[in-house]
Design a protein around this ligand. Structure first.
Ligand code: ADP
Ligand code: MG
Length: 285
């Protein structure tokens, strides 16, 4: 169920740098032998990961496996000297502003600045395009309004972020990342706060943007059935190591889920990928 990415189109802002092209062969993300220590504890120990341009890869794994740490390292929020290449350029060689035009992150629990309106928050995504000490341009505002429209948030632009529901706020976080115009989206549990309808709505939207604008998606998700329906490939992390990688059918197996999540599940075939159904470990008579 691998889907071919479409080329970038004129609608959304695009990175405008030589990183976003679908030039055959150079992956969007290349991670080799990534080690991350936090507070003196090894968290990631030799992680390899490749994401092709236009691909959707979802990292799964139990709580504490290191999924968020991996995304933070790929997004340049944690030092990872020599281990990460983005669109053929060593991550360490990217200056902050340039990196922001290449990769946009929706964190697992973004900090919500008190008193900030939706419009101002989404405008933060345009920071890499606004000169130091300068103001946003009409083009920046146009880009923000286009993204707000796309995410059904037009009526919300004056609302204070803190007053939105969890689902509305999640769409605003996504809007900020999209307004950034980066071609690589890092989504850390983008749907955890959402009801099942909004989960599908957000994932469908990301997939549509991916097809229409040639975006590359690296996500983490806890809902394994949903994860498998949208990912081209999945990577399972456990205790800071990759323990499985491949198509959703290769990774979402009863055996791997029992081994690494200590979960008792049935995996049944679905139209868009395997469906993972939790079952009680043993009958209580
Ligand atoms: P996941 O997203 O898979 O649930 P994380 O990447 O958030 O896992 O965390 C992986 C491990 O790293 C956890 O055991 C967590 O407690 C630990 N960790 C995260 N941040 C820090 C930190 N700043 N200092 C020490 N340990 C940390
Ligand atoms: Mg996490």
């Amino acid at each position: 169920m691998s889907r071919e990415p479409a080329g970038p189109s004129a609608g959304l802002p695009s990175a405008g740098l030589p990183f976003g092209g679908g030039d055959g062969g150079v992956p969007a993300v290349e991670v080799r032998g990534l080690h991350v220590d936090l507070g003196g504890t090894p968290i990631l120990t030799g992680v390899d990961l490749t994401v092709a341009v236009g691909e959707w890869v979802t990292v799964i794994g139990p709580n504490g496996a290191g999924k968020s740490t991996l995304l933070r390292a790929v997004g340049g929020l944690l030092p990872a000297p020599g281990a990460i290449t983005l669109f053929g350029t060593a991550s360490t060689a990217l200056r902050r502003r340039d990196r922001a035009r290449v990769v946009a992150t929706v964190a697992q629990s973004p900090v919500v600045p008190p008193g900030m309106s939706v419009l101002d928050y989404v405008l933060l995504g345009r920071t890499p395009y606004i000169p130091t000490l300068g103001r946003e341009s009409t083009a920046d505002l146009d880009a923000v309004h286009e993204v707000l429209g796309r995410l059904d948030l037009t009526g919300f632009h004056r609302r204070e972020l803190a007053t939105l529901s969890g689902g509305e706020r999640q769409r605003v976080f996504l809007a900020r990342a999209l307004a950034q115009g980066a071609t690589l989206l890092l989504l850390d549990e983008p749907t955890s706060a959402l009801d099942i309808g909004h989960q599908q709505e957000v994932l469908e939207l990301v997939d549509q943007l991916r097809r229409e604008h040639g975006l590359t998606v690296l996500a983490t998700m806890h809902d394994l059935s949903l994860a498998g329906e949208y990912a081209d490939r999945m990577v399972m992390l456990a205790a800071g190591k990759v323990v499985a990688a491949g198509t959703p059918s290769e990774v979402l197996t009863e055996h791997l889920l029992a081994t690494h999540y200590r979960a008792s599940v049935r995996v049944v075939p679905g139209t868009h990928g395997p469906l993972v159904v939790p079952v009680r470990p043993r009958a209580h008579l």
